[in-house]
Design a protein around this ligand. Structure first.
Ligand SMILES: Nc1ncnc2c1ncn2[C@@H]1O[C@H](COP(=O)(O)OP(=O)(O)OP(=O)(O)O)[C@@H](O)[C@H]1O
Ligand code: NI
Length: 311
């Protein structure tokens, strides 16, 4: 499904996130870990954010939800259903209209029984019923509700996090790596649930480094590299590397098992050692001196790309 004629649920423009650190305990430095990032989710859309570890995926989720660490600052604009979000407004929407399925299971409160947490302390019959239905859906036995988080296995804890997100009637689900530790069946269920939720006219931002999973459920893929989106493309474009736009996306495509498992050398740069211009430059087969300049995002064939050589 394309979002061309849809309303946006989430729009992020020019987001930058930096950490303040002290070098040798004295000199203050700003470490920019996300730069000029744009990404959007339309009504009825499931958008997957893919990218290597450390590319800024979780920080993006935390920036949207206003839960960045103390020493971390965000700049840029985030719109939720045509409303420019302020920190106060984000607080109101968080957990109600915008929910997070966090990457780490440590988000569960260790001192409170699971059922109470999932129900957010509410005890009405309808809330209990919904929790029981969701537990059944995710194959959690009903007595799981009486356990404390430390009594759960990793996979159970993940399924508890999924039920927590599904308890509300959100408009946007941000799922940060929701599947590691889950059996294939549970992972498929969760994906099916997200797809269904989007198909009802809502939005899902699915953060994952599993491109194959993303290709199965998403409408569009946003590819992250070193703190920014290098490409945003409809899923159909991933059928061949000719229809993809950025050399990094093409390299990811060729590294997939079904496309020959071609590895590509090198590593994503750290925020401290960012090259001038294109962050992918040092690894790029198409590198030219112009790549060290300012790289604007261009619109090409219903997708967006940050590469001066893209066609
Ligand atoms: N508290 C912090 N202080 C300084 N740098 C941080 C902090 N938290 C994260 N970073 C840096 O920000 C970058 C992005 O981190 P983030 O957790 O968003 O990556 P990610 O794409 O979610 O990775 P993963 O796939 O491993 O979950 C990383 O380079 C990381 O080192
Ligand atoms: Ni992460």
């Amino acid at each position: 499904m394309s979002c061309m004629n849809h309303k946006y649920i989430l729009q992020i423009k020019n987001l930058s996130v930096s950490f303040t650190q002290y070098e040798n305990g004295l000199r203050k430095i700003d470490l920019k870990v996300i730069r000029n990032l744009n990404v959007s989710v339309g009504e009825g859309e499931l958008v997957a954010v893919v990218g290597a570890s450390g590319s800024g995926k979780s920080l993006l989720a935390h920036a949207i939800l206003g839960i960045l660490p103390q020493n971390c600052d965000a700049e840029g604009n985030i719109w939720f259903e045509d409303e420019l979000l302020s920190p106060e407004r984000i607080k109101e929407l968080r957990g109600e209209k915008i929910v997070l399925v966090p990457q780490s299971v440590t988000y569960l409160d260790p001192l409170e029984k699971v059922g109470k947490q999932v129900r957010k302390e509410q005890n009405e019959k309808s809330v209990r019923k919904k929790q029981e239905e969701l537990f059944a859906f995710y194959k959690l036995s009903q007595n799981t509700a009486d356990l404390y988080p430390f009594e759960l296995s990793g996979g159970m804890a993940r399924r508890v996090l999924l039920t927590t997100a599904m308890m509300e009637s959100p408009r946007l689900i941000i799922a940060d790596e929701p599947t590691p530790g889950l059996h294939l069946e549970a992972a498929k269920k969760a994906m099916g649930h997200f797809r269904e939720f989007a198909d009802k006219g809502n939005g899902v931002l699915l953060i994952t480094h599993d491109i194959e999973l993303a290709l199965e459920v998403a409408d569009r893929i946003a590819v992250f590299y070193a703190g920014t989106t290098v490409e945003e493309a409809p899923v159909a474009d991933f059928q061949s590397d000719d229809t993809l736009r950025h050399p990094y996306t093409k390299a990811l495509w060729r590294a997939l098992p079904q496309n020959g498992f071609h590895p590509f050398p090198g590593k994503q740069p750290y925020a401290k050692d960012m090259p001038n211009g294109c962050p992918f430059g040092p690894r790029c087969p198409q590198l030219t001196p112009e790549c060290e300049g300012n790289i604007q995002e261009q619109l090409i064939r219903f997708g967006r790309v940050r590469c001066i050589h893209a066609k």
